[in-house]
Design a protein around this ligand. Structure first.
Ligand code: ADP
Length: 346
């Protein structure tokens, strides 16, 4: 074997070698195992050990080395998405975050809605400015804590009175810092309030995050449903491949306190039909309520005000359930595992 190849094998990428019952298992741990590198290592190992272990099965496992960053301590990252703007994505994100806190989970909320970051207002944190903190030699952004939720928002970095004209690269840079260079610490859930739509920025955002799953919010109205379908298709793209754990229908009906009659202002059961159509669970329906709108505007999510607890509670329980189911049925994707019998060339 050429000396450069020997050094490749003997360098610190080699994690372990085990010889058990006729099998030799060699494990490597590599930060960015490209297909080319994987094949090269595999070939080198098989070529060099072939003769010595001729009676053994050779197994080469190449693991992807986990990069330590701000997200390492987070168990679940859930993206809240919508195709259309104004359907209640931030309202759902904020109520989900506080209800998870009430159920005893540690929760972060990242407002990535570059077009209309409304989380600072919804959490009464409009004038807050996250500080930088030095942690183990790294300068990390410290989230603002409101109602027990750790918050970061693109809105903290602009004057709320100014329109935000974020150009793609600038927005991506700011988002990248909030995601990867922030002191999120250990969290059970990080909720990401995505911008509405399915453009380039969404693609790069969802690709840069190890998302556990996505939740799509829509109103029952056909224009919103069409856009929700596009959002779902985006998550299903091969290059993204994020499980959509459910659909939420918001603004489902309106009812006065005095009357039992329901008014279906934005149409009836559109979210339910979408759920049936695509085989994606409906996590719940939320009616139009003055108290939900008001609570967003005064900076105290409705869940904390008795203004919609019942609806949000059911949705949160469903999200916890679906997330657990997802984690049990889909294997973690960190490991790239290649198992090869000797001489097998792929
Ligand atoms: P998005 O994040 O999709 O743009 P928002 O959550 O900001 O939407 O909601 C848009 C507006 O509609 C906000 O003023 C919010 O308070 C209001 N809203 C959302 N859901 C409801 C609801 N179920 N009842 C009443 N008002 C709502």
């Amino acid at each position: 074997m050429p000396s450069s190849d020997v050094s490749l094998i003997s360098s610190n990428i080699l994690k372990s070698i085990d010889v058990v019952e006729g099998k030799v298992t060699i494990v490597f741990n590599i930060e960015n195992p490209t297909l080319h590198l994987r094949k090269k290592i595999e070939k080198l190992v098989i070529d060099s050990l072939n003769t010595k272990f001729s009676q053994h099965e050779l197994i080469v496992i190449i693991e992807t080395k986990k990069k330590e960053d701000s997200l390492s301590g987070i168990k679940n990252i859930i993206a809240i998405a919508s195709g259309k703007g104004g359907v209640g994505k931030s309202t759902v994100s904020s109520n989900l975050a506080v209800s998870l806190v009430q159920k005893g989970f540690s929760v972060g909320l990242l407002d990535a809605d570059i077009y209309g970051p409304s989380i600072p207002l919804m959490f009464d944190a409009e004038n807050s400015k996250p500080k930088l903190k030095n942690i183990e030699g790294k300068s990390l952004m410290e989230p603002i804590v409101s109602y027990g939720v750790k918050l970061l928002s693109i809105g903290f970095f602009s004057d709320p009175k100014d329109p935000i004209v974020w150009r793609g690269p600038m927005a991506s840079k700011a988002l990248n810092q909030m995601i990867h260079q922030s002191n999120w610490g250990d969290l059970d859930y990080l909720i990401i309030d995505l911008p509405p739509g399915t453009g380039d920025i969404h693609l790069s955002l969802v690709q840069s995050l190890p998302l556990t799953g996505a939740v799509v919010v829509t109103t029952p109205q056909p224009v919103s449903i069409i856009d929700a379908k596009k959002a779902i298709s985006m998550f299903k793209l091969k290059t993204i491949n994020v499980p959509v754990i459910g659909i939420i229908e918001n603004m489902s009906w309106f009812q006065t306190n005095e009357s039992k009659k329901k008014y279906y202002i934005f149409g009836r059961n559109g979210g339910e039909a979408l759920s049936d159509n695509l085989g994606i669970p409906l996590l719940g329906k939320i009616p139009i309520k003055e108290s939900i709108r008001e609570s967003g505007d005064v900076g105290r999510p409705a869940f904390l005000q008795n203004g919609g607890i019942h609806f949000f509670n059911e949705i949160t329980d469903n999200i916890i359930l679906r997330t657990n189911e997802r984690n049990q049925s889909v294997a973690p994707t960190e490991k790239v595992k290649i198992t090869h019998a000797r001489g097998c060339n792929t």
